[in-house]
Write a protein that binds this ligand. Structure first.
Ligand code: BGC
Length: 662
């Protein structure tokens, strides 16, 4: 095994700068090289084409990370990691540039489809499982983007200005939790954090290594390094991709004594450790699933993550029903309209997406399909739009498929609006005026403001960016072959009721502090469109019999969930903690645990969720540590953040928990 002693100072500098876009230096075979690839929702490896350019090699497109988060299912996250690991093994990729755990502070962020949640516990836990799945099969993870890259606008410059407590409780938190899975690397972000470029965030890197137990290498986002020497001195180990100018300056700085050999050695040691660790992990690499099985796993995640937002009973569709269906995204150009864009965009291995056919197969009835519109354009032939309206009038049920897509949700820019394009809202209005049984299916990667039309329609299914096979999954969900069971991992709010995101030329002040997402709405008692944690099902569930058991520093909350319907289903229940008389400001409620359980029709299950004393703690800037104050706490079990079904109280005294009788 090579150590820093085997390399000259110049060689070590070279090791700290990549090779091309996707490799590390191998010194002509002296060291194994590392091959990297994006990204969270499918592999994006490239190969040279005949014209001197690069083609993206087709790969399985899995559901986007938002859909994965809407599953609230740790097993799904682990499976996603395992599937991607096998894709990596097939393409000889050692390190996957994923997952991203940036908090969804603003629903406008163009990359939210790549991220998990507005809640740090949910984001961190699912990311931890994803990493465990990936690394368990011998592929390294690269947890990203550290830190506070929560908007794309001006991402190379803007400074995210955040107080220490908020950083700790909200923005560091998902990284902290994900670090429990020991990711081999972390990627810094482009932006500045409290003025300092994320590639030079010495304090942040120290927190990762000294407090979160991170023992891997820190890699720059692509072209995020401003000053290679300053970044190395702060603890950034690898600059990606290779940049000749930056490398030359790095060498010159070293020769001028601006960085010491000891400082270089620290980074080089971590790079060698990364190379060795990935070499070692190769032993675990084994393909256990066929491509078909991985595709099935992707479909399973899409099904578990679809969220039924509204249903007046029109769904599931009845057998033999005559259906009118419109929206070009479900038949043509799905890769553009039902996926996000940028570095995570996948060249779909199987581009066939045919909801009309899938629906027809399942209902056994007639499906009248008219594309009618493409994103923000009515179909070039006006008569097609007229035909869609006519079809709606003459059908039992009218299904309108709306979308955002790669032009709207993408890296490098943010969404201009949370509303759908005018054309899509108009088609909903025109067709629903003909047929009250109108169902809207949304293909997007982030919240959509449905307020302009939701009262006009009978049902809304948020399918998300489903990835390949989403046509089959949506058809099965609409017809009831599958029972929707996903819940929202972020709040859906009307555009005019969003908080102010405090963006002032190059500086974003996170003035809302801890009150991100549902924390803001619940603390301020503000109504939302669809709350965090919300999702309907074809089953109905009742909650009862909450019991708390304390075991010194930890708590076991258990309760019953009864499926009061005639359909087997799954329910995601959530535990929120509220300090009743806090010594410092605390959000009104915070998610501290969750569980997803299958419950057979008419049956009951007892669900148990464990919390430890840190669930009651906050970050104290006075003691620079976690602090759980004595006092009374409410434990609420909810079907969403706004639908708390069961409550009980706990007393914390001298670090010990006891049950407070009512
Ligand atoms: C993105 C990263 C990505 C990298 C490599 C950057 O633009 O921010 O998330 O991994 O490119 O494609």
């Amino acid at each position: 095994m090579k150590t820093v002693k085997d390399f000259t100072a110049e060689e070590k500098l070279r090791l700290l700068c990549g090779v091309g876009s996707w490799y590390t230096e191998d010194f002509g075979g002296k060291l194994p090289r590392i091959r990297m690839s994006d990204g969270p929702v499918g592999l994006r490896t490239t190969q040279p084409n005949a014209h001197g350019g690069q083609d993206t090699i087709p790969a399985i497109a899995y559901p986007c990370v938002q859909v994965l988060a809407n599953t609230w299912d740790n097993a799904c996250a682990r499976k996603a990691g395992e599937c991607l690991a096998e894709d990596c093994i097939e393409r000889d990729v050692d390190l996957l540039l994923a997952p991203g755990v940036n908090i969804k502070r603003s629903p406008y962020c163009g990359r939210n489809f790549e991220y998990f949640s507005e809640d740090p516990l949910l984001a961190g836990t699912l990311a931890r499982e994803y990493i465990a799945g990936l690394q368990g099969k011998g592929i390294g993870a690269c947890l990203k983007h550290f830190l506070a890259n929560n908007l794309e606008y001006d991402r190379f410059h803007q400074s995210s200005e955040i107080d220490e407590r908020t950083l700790r409780e909200i923005y560091y938190k998902p990284f902290e939790i994900a670090c429990e899975a020991k990711p081999v690397s972390i990627m810094c972000s482009y932006n500045r954090v409290n003025g300092v470029y994320a590639s030079e965030n010495k304090k942040g890197f120290r927190v990762l290594r000294d407090e979160f137990g991170f023992d891997g290498a820190i890699i720059s986002d692509w072209d995020a390094v401003r000053d290679r020497t300053a970044a190395a001195r702060a603890g950034l180990d690898l600059e990606m991709p290779f940049c000749q100018k930056s490398y030359e300056k790095f060498v010159a700085d070293y020769r001028a004594g601006k960085i010491t050999e000891e400082e270089i050695d620290q980074c080089a040691e971590r790079m060698l450790a990364l190379v060795n660790r990935l070499q070692d992990m190769k032993k675990k690499r084994k393909i256990a699933m066929t491509v078909e099985e991985r595709r099935e796993a992707g479909k399973h995640i899409a099904a578990e993550g679809a969220v039924l937002l509204k249903n007046n009973g029109v769904l599931p569709l009845k057998k033999g029903a005559k259906i009118s269906l419109c929206g070009s995204c479900v038949r043509y150009g799905n890769r553009d309209f039902a996926a996000g864009g940028g570095s995570s965009q996948v060249n779909w291995l199987d581009p066939v997406f045919d909801l009309p056919a899938q629906l027809g197969k399942r209902t056994g009835g007639k499906v009248l399909f008219e594309a009618a519109f493409r994103f923000d354009n009515i179909d070039s032939y006006r008569q097609n739009t007229v035909a869609a309206v006519r079809n709606a009038a003459l059908s039992d049920v009218n299904v309108v498929c709306v979308c955002t897509g790669t032009g709207v949700e993408k890296e490098g820019s943010d969404r201009a609006t949370l509303r759908l394009p005018v054309v899509q809202e108009r088609i909903i209005a025109e067709t629903s005026a003909q047929n009250p049984n109108t169902v809207v299916v949304i293909f997007a990667g982030a919240p959509v403001d449905t307020s302009a039309w939701e009262n006009r329609v009978a049902a809304i299914l948020y399918a998300g960016f489903t990835g390949m096979g989403g046509d089959e999954v949506v058809a099965k969900l609409l017809t009831g072959e599958l029972n929707p069971c996903g819940k929202l991992s972020e709040t859906f709010q009307t555009e005019n009721a969003l908080p102010d995101f405090h963006f002032v030329s190059g500086v974003t002040r996170y003035r809302e502090g801890l009150d991100v997402g549902y924390r803001y709405y619940s603390s301020n008692r503000l109504p939302v469109l669809y709350p965090f944690g919300f999702g309907l099902s074809y089953s109905s569930f009742e909650y009862s019999a909450l019991q708390l058991k304390t075991k010194g520093h930890s708590l076991e909350a258990s309760y019953e969930i009864e499926n009061t319907s005639a359909r087997d289903g799954k329910e995601i229940s959530q535990i929120y903690v509220r300090p009743c008389a806090p010594f410092v400001y605390r959000p009104d409620r915070e998610l501290k645990g969750y569980s997803k359980n299958g419950v057979a029709a008419g049956k009951k299950v007892r669900v148990t969720v464990e919390l430890d004393v840190s669930a009651f703690a906050y970050w104290s800037t006075a003691t620079d540590g976690l602090q759980a104050d004595d006092g009374l706490y409410e434990i609420a079990v909810g079907a969403s953040s706004e639908d708390l079904r069961l409550r009980a109280f706990l007393e914390l005294k001298d670090g010990k928990l006891s049950i407070a009788d009512r």
